[in-house]
Design a protein around this ligand. Structure first.
Ligand code: 13P
Length: 276
């Protein structure tokens, strides 16, 4: 699975990591990737895993993989709870992120490595996080702004055994208060020394030109979550005023279609179309 990110890095495009909360948005995401022949990371947060259950998610995504012949990577996003992480590893997730960013450097390395070994035993790649991506992630509000220190990158990757690395370069989860300012110089420095592909979290609200620039400078996966949720609700609000307002199936397919179009816009920006 990590080969997808390695190929993206080599050819200077990025693969979208899109968060889903339910089956409707998961299908919308996959339809967008399918129509543009793009690989895709379908990402479940711990909240989504608790809500739907690991087995139901894995079975549903297995069906999506059969129905749509594109690489679909089922990924746990921001895993922090060891029991949930183990369940995902053992029950069929394709890729895991361990988020030890709230720990100090040594403990982040120690835990990340422990999870990396569990993942690698099953041939599953692990994404780690160095630095602290601020903003809101599953009700955890983190106001500390700790950008990734390039001086720690090589040591972190070597000792933790991660296969890809999420970095903090001014990006944040949720909605930005002002215009986000990415530290491109920092990104460039990190990319020069990193042996693994780099991941940009907090994609919602980053100007598209800045996303493109970040990809040119070495980002191989871009995560988008909040905008998918916003699209979901915008569609419902628009729908309520229409003549079909009691038609649940029509509502759901309209949501799927709107999410599909959003995903296609991002895939065009990321450059991952026609890659399968
Ligand atoms: P946004 O919700 O800001 O798009 O970020 C998503 C994300 O990075 C998930 O890991």
């Amino acid at each position: 699975m990590n080969d997808l990110l390695i190929a993206a890095r080599k050819n200077k495009y990025a693969i979208g990591g899109f968060n889903f909360n339910f089956y409707d948005d998961a299908l919308g995401i996959v339809l967008g990737a399918y129509e543009l022949s793009s690989p895709v990371f379908l990402m479940a947060s711990e909240g989504t895993v608790k809500f739907l259950g690991v087995k139901k998610i894995v079975n549903y995504v297995k069906q999506l993989k059969e129905d749509f012949n594109i690489p679909i990577v089922l990924h746990l996003d921001h895993g922090k709870n060891i029991e949930i992480i183990k369940e995902c590893i053992n029950d069929g997730f394709d890729s895991i992120m361990y988020d030890g960013s709230l720990l100090d450097f040594e403990n982040n390395i120690k835990n990340t490595r422990m999870i990396a070994e569990l993942c690698h035993d099953r041939g599953i790649p692990l994404e780690g996080e160095l630095g602290r991506i601020s903003g809101i992630e599953e009700n955890v509000r983190n106001i500390d702004d700790a950008l990734t220190n390039p001086d720690s990158v090589v040591e972190f990757i070597e000792r933790s055994k991660v296969d890809s690395l999420a970095i903090a370069i001014g990006n944040a989860h949720g909605l930005y208060k002002g215009k986000p300012k990415l530290d491109f110089e920092r990104l460039s420095k990190i990319n020069d020394i990193s042996s693994v592909p780099l991941v940009l979290h907090g994609g919602t609200g980053i100007p598209l030109e800045d996303i493109k620039k970040a990809i040119k400078l070495g980002i191989s996966k871009v995560n988008i979550g909040t905008e998918i949720k916003i699209t979901y609700f915008k569609t419902i609000k628009r729908y309520i005023g229409t003549i079909n307002k009691n038609d649940v199936r029509h509502l759901i397919s309209t949501i799927q279609n709107d999410i599909k179009e959003l995903i296609k816009q991002y895939i065009e920006i990321f450059g991952s179309f026609n890659r399968v």
